[in-house]
Design a protein around this ligand. Structure first.
Ligand code: URA
Length: 210
C-alpha cells in the first residue's frame, strides 16, 4: 500500500459519497455531490501549501497574518470524469490554472495512449494536483503522472473519490513520491475493470451517457 495514501474519512464527505455510490441517484444529484466532495477534498490536497505572513490592518488593529505563498497551483483533470471534480476545486482555488490529459486504452496492448494534452506553459513551476474520480487499474493515473514529470513537474499529488487496491499498488510502485488522496479504498476490481462496490462508470454517471 502507498505510504503516501490519505483516506479522507469525514462523516459529511462519507455521507455524500454513499449517495454518489447509489444507483438510485439522479445525474443532477450525482454531479452536485461529486462537486461538493471534490470541494471538501481540496482541504487535504492543499494541506502542505506554504504560507507567509503579511502585514494587514483589521478594523481594530494592525497584525501579521498568513497567506498562501510559494509555488502556484495547477489542477490537471484526466478526461473525461476528472472534469466532474474540477468545479468544486476551482471554487476554492479560483486562481489555479487547469490542464487536461486525455488517454484511451489501446485494445491490443491495454496500455493508455495519450490523445490530448494541454497544460499551462509554466507547468514545471507549479504545484500540480491531478484529479480523476476513479483510481481503478492505475494505468491512466500512472501515465498522466509520468507525462507531467516528463514536462518537468516536480511537485505532484493525485486526488480521487474511490481507489481500488490494485490502482494504489500500481501508483505506489510507479510513483512512490506522489501523495494520493481518496475518499475510500474499495474491495477490488471486477473482470470488467470496475471498482467493487464502486459507483459504476463515473463519466457516464456525470454526463448522463451510456
Ligand atoms: N472507471 C470508472 O468510471 N469506474 C470504475 O469502476 C473504474 C474505472
Amino acid at each position: 500500500m502507498n505510504p503516501n495514501l490519505t483516506v479522507i474519512d469525514h462523516p459529511l464527505l462519507q455521507h455524500k459519497l454513499t449517495y454518489v455510490r447509489s444507483a438510485d441517484t439522479t445525474t443532477d444529484n450525482f454531479r452536485r455531490l461529486v462537486r461538493e466532495i471534490a470541494s471538501m477534498m481540496v482541504y487535504e490536497a492543499t494541506r502542505e501549501l506554504s504560507t507567509e505572513l503579511i502585514e494587514i490592518t483589521t478594523p481594530v488593529a494592525s497584525c501579521r497574518a498568513p497567506v498562501i505563498s510559494g509555488k502556484k497551483l495547477c489542477l490537471v483533470s484526466i478526461l473525461r470524469a476528472g472534469n466532474g471534480m474540477l468545479d468544486g476545486m476551482i471554487e476554492l482555488l479560483p486562481g489555479a490554472r487547469v490542464g487536461h490529459i486525455g488517454l484511451y486504452r489501446d485494445p491490443a496492448t491495454l496500455q493508455p495512449v495519450e490523445y490530448y494534452f494541454k497544460v499551462p506553459e509554466d507547468i514545471e513551476e507549479r504545484q500540480v494536483i491531478v484529479i480523476d474520480p476513479m483510481l481503478a487499474t492505475g494505468n491512466s493515473a500512472c501515465a498522466a503522472l509520468s507525462r507531467l514529470k516528463e514536462e518537468g513537474v516536480s511537485s505532484l499529488s493525485f486526488v480521487c473519490l474511490l481507489a481500488a487496491p490494485e490502482g494504489l499498488a500500481a501508483l505506489a510502485a510507479a510513483h512512490p513520491d506522489v501523495p494520493v488522496m481518496t475518499a475510500a479504498v474499495d474491495s477490488h476490481l471486477n473482470e470488467h475493470g470496475y471498482i467493487v462496490p464502486g459507483l459504476g462508470d463515473a463519466g457516464d454517471r456525470l454526463f448522463g451517457t451510456k
